[in-house]
Design a protein around this ligand. Structure first.
Ligand SMILES: [Zn+2]
Length: 268
């Protein structure tokens, strides 16, 4: 009973979401009345998409379904696709749309059988073809496209450090870029390691400017058609990150009209 009350409360609280958007074309943003949200998170590597998706999932009580996790889970479970998958991964090839889709369908069906409602998809769809297949399988209410200014992303990636002894992840970049030409400013504090890790920090060999830029170029090439696909359906919400988690999280909640959800969960 408590679950039903929660769901109804949540559903009603989502209706202002559709109104909150400036364009009436976002009318699909709110979920159907008998289920929780079904959202997709898009964003380039390094933007922190997984972190924001996972925080929102905790807040809203929906599963965070990340494609990378599905692949790893299948590989470790000796499932029907695992030998095919390990061959693909070992050869460094991309996992095909069909395999990703069947892993996702299986995950959604398992969730439904366990009584799960709603989800946030992270890392999927990656191509128009995947988006089209997804459309045939389930309804997507909203696609959140997380963006960050390239110079900030670059600084963030180049500032990443790992402690070679304890494995801790840190970031030495201190970002403070002023807003210009309608572009908001962005500031991000460094995440400095404790004193004893300081001398043991290492940089990942692929965190170099050319590699990060190339990763970004490939991502944009793949992602722009997918963004266009959802934009034309009135489902794409662009969100420009104003900084790290402390600056961005409240603004993201506000953009999604979830300020009240956060307060309720903090009070509970
Ligand atoms: Zn350490």
């Amino acid at each position: 009973m408590a679950a039903i009350t929660r769901l109804v409360k949540r559903t009603t609280s989502f209706y202002p979401l559709a109104r909150g958007f400036s364009s009436s074309s976002y009318s699909h943003a709110s979920p159907r009345e008998n289920r929780n949200i079904q959202w997709v998170f898009l964003g380039c590597p390094g933007v922190g998409k997984g972190t924001y998706a996972s925080r929102l999932c905790n807040l809203l009580g929906v599963p965070h379904i990340a494609t990378g996790d599905l692949v790893r889970h299948e590989l470790s479970s000796n499932g029907p696709l695992s030998s095919q998958l390990s061959e693909i991964v070992n050869q460094g090839q991309l996992v095909s749309d069909e395999i990703i889709m069947s892993l996702l369908s299986k995950r959604l069906a398992e969730g439904q059988a366990k009584g799960e409602s709603g989800f946030i998809l992270d890392g999927f769809p990656r191509t128009i073809k995947q988006a089209e297949i997804l459309e045939g399988v389930t309804d997507i209410d909203l696609v959140v496209n997380l963006k960050i200014r390239e110079e900030a992303l670059l600084a963030k990636c180049l500032g990443r450090r790992t402690c070679s002894q304890c494995g801790g992840n840190f970031n030495v970049a201190s970002i403070n870029i002023k807003g210009e030409n309608g572009c908001p400013g962005i500031s991000m504090d460094p995440l400095l390691p404790p004193e004893h890790c300081m001398s043991k920090l290492i940089t990942r060999s692929d965190d170099t400017e050319p590699v990060v830029k190339e990763r970004l170029r490939i991502y944009n090439e793949l992602s722009q058609p997918v963004e266009g696909f959802y934009r034309s359906r009135g489902k794409l919400m662009e969100f420009e990150l104003p900084g790290g988690i402390p600056e961005s999280w409240p603004k993201l909640l506000h953009a999604l009209n979830l300020d009240d959800e956060e307060k309720q969960s903090a009070a509970a």
